[in-house]
Design a protein around this ligand. Structure first.
Ligand code: NAP
Ligand code: MG
Length: 509
């Protein structure tokens, strides 16, 4: 569309309002990152070969142990191969963590421990660019997110908990605290480096030692973090990083000399872990799935709310436990909001995760893409109306167009179950009571969002909503000083903030 504005009859300025323009590619350079061909296990401050033989796998006997590939989900190319830890390797890591705990770490003055934690934070900052590139290559998330969110927030976590290390008497006044011992930590693939930071930073700052397992599809930034830890001169064995799949995680959970399990992942695996540790005196925090309700009232600033909803569900391809995957819009503005959402998803840029313009990167794995497609079929069969962006998708790799469903019923599976992809289910409501009942009608209770002009309404909603975090007129905001965690099947325990110290401590008087 071209518009002509005439200044004088003889002098016309032609303004071009063509809407079909697109950004020129702006790819981040892969050459700023070093990825080894092969990675061993990081045990006792050293790189150790896996003992091989039969791996500790749960459902797949076809692999003989040793190493497995990690690929780039944006083009399915192999990035590196990574050691698979079996039961014997996990035992070696736990022994190293126990020795480091008894002989060095628990005896070290807290202010000395803090210096190491602080140093790790600074080294993450120094290597931020490389870490962001590797995060996007290994997991498929847009570089803008890994660069501006994952990596700086990971560094902030170490920085924040370094500060607490020698101030526990202020965190728990008049109480004496004691570290627990060896923490087994198991993390998912959606925020690989950030989840490692959420787990390791509070654990070591409070005097515990760690055996951590990253997810099978995204091990590389945790292994880069191991390199940083080695370079930081952290005493050997304080942090051990063992790679592998579910059975490696199970080997950690079942190890008799682990004092605490910190797990982030699916509710199904969370339940398996809870069963496995029942009757032991292992402490646990479980950060599990979610199905967050994002609620827009008719008095909300609509454009701001639409942008928040877009960020809430399409951020990181919807691979976010607290993603705003259920949208409740007040009936009077539903038509307007849905139109704006459709227009906005049409403008989202889907493609190369390393391109700085990309809004939506690759789905993390073929398996996750299949899960998302399964839910798209379920949604259509349930009678909901599906709308997808018309963008073209790359030929190779795992991709999903940003999708929204309208005409969704509260009982539909797409409104009840976690999809973990860029898929929004839109429902409507008339009154406050109705929307609270609908929002709380979920097995999960991790997070929620409220969009309204009225402060009183915000307080009313946050008080009555069964969700660990409720964002008001914003969404997906994180800070190391804020606690995070769920109700119901979203798990228990809190990570972050002062609350995040307690799961790693015993209060002894
Ligand atoms: P997952 O299948 O539960 O896996 C999480 C981790 O547990 C992975 O490292 C996995 O290994 C390992 N694992 C699998 N089976 C195990 C077992 N039997 N014993 C011990 N460990 C085992 O979850 P996911 O699909 O990777 O992650 C997505 C889920 O995480 C979603 O449900 C999401 O909501 C949740 N999540 C929650 C939060 C939160 O803070 N609440 C944050 C992020 C994600 P492999 O994958 O390597 O096989
Ligand atoms: Mg990968």
């Amino acid at each position: 569309m071209a518009k002509t504005i005439s200044k004088k009859k003889s002098n016309t300025i032609k303004l071009n309002f063509d809407t079909s323009w697109s950004y020129a590619p702006a790819p981040e350079s892969k050459s700023a990152a070093t990825i080894n061909k092969q990675y061993d296990l990081f045990i006792n401050g050293e790189w150790v070969k896996p003992s091989g033989g039969k791996p500790a796998r749960l459902n797949d006997d076809s692999r003989s142990g040793g190493y497995f590939d990690t690929i780039n989900p944006a083009n399915e190319e192999k990035l590196s191969e990574v050691a698979e830890a079996n039961v014997a390797d996990v035992d070696k890591a736990v022994k190293a963590a126990r020795t480091a705990y008894e002989k060095v770490w628990k005896k070290m003055p807290a202010k000395e421990r803090a210096k190491y934690v602080f140093r790790i934070s600074r080294m993450i900052q120094e290597k931020a660019r490389e870490l962001a590139i590797i995060e996007s290559l290994d997991g498929g998330k847009p570089i803008r997110e890994s660069r501006d969110f994952d990596v700086p927030t990971a560094a902030n976590h170490f920085f924040y908990y370094a500060g607490w290390a020698d101030k526990l008497e202020y965190a728990f006044p008049n109480r004496k605290t004691e570290s627990l011992g060896v923490a087994g930590q198991i993390i998912p693939w959606n925020f690989p480096l950030l989840m490692a930071a959420w787990k390791i930073a509070p654990a070591i700052a409070t005097g515990n030692t760690v055996v951590l397992k990253p997810a099978e599809t995204t091990p590389l930034t945790a292994l880069k973090l191991a390199e940083i830890i080695q370079e930081s001169d952290l005493p050997p064995g304080v942090v051990n990083i063992v790679t592998g799949a579910g059975a490696t995680g199970a080997a950690i959970v079942n190890h008799p000399d682990i004092n605490k399990i910190a797990f982030t992942g699916s509710t199904d695996v969370g339940k398996i872990i809870q069963r496995a540790i029942a009757g032991t005196n292992k402490k646990a925090t479980l950060e599990l799935g979610g199905k967050a309700a994002n609620i827009i009232f008719e008095d909300a600033p609509i454009d701001q709310a639409v942008e928040g909803v877009i960020n809430g569900i399409y951020f990181n391809q919807g691979h976010v436990c607290c993603a705003g995957s259920r949208l409740y819009v007040q009936e009077s503005i539903a038509k307007q909001v849905i139109k704006k959402l459709r227009d906005r998803i049409e403008s989202l840029i889907v493609g190369d995760p390393l391109d700085k313009n990309t809004d939506i990167g690759a789905i993390n794995s073929r398996q996750q893409l299949e899960t998302i497609h399964k839910y798209l079929d379920i949604g259509k069969k349930e009678g909901a109306e599906m709308y997808q962006s018309s963008c073209s998708l790359p030929g190779r790799g795992f991709w999903c167009r940003p999708t929204l469903f309208t005409n969704v019923a509260q009982s539909n599976r797409i409104a009840q179950e976690e999809i973990f992809g860029p898929v929004l289910a839109i429902l409507t409501f008339r009154t406050d009571d109705e929307v609270i009942e609908k929002a709380n009608n979920s097995p999960y209770g991790l997070s929620a969002g409220v969009w309204t002009d009225k402060g009183s309404k915000i307080f009313n909603m946050t008080r009555r909503m069964r969700a660990g975090v409720v964002w008001a007129n914003t969404f997906n905001k994180f800070d190391p000083s804020s606690p995070f965690g769920g109700y119901k099947e979203s798990g228990f325990g809190r990570e972050g903030g002062l609350h995040g110290l307690l799961p790693y401590l015993n209060l002894v008087n």
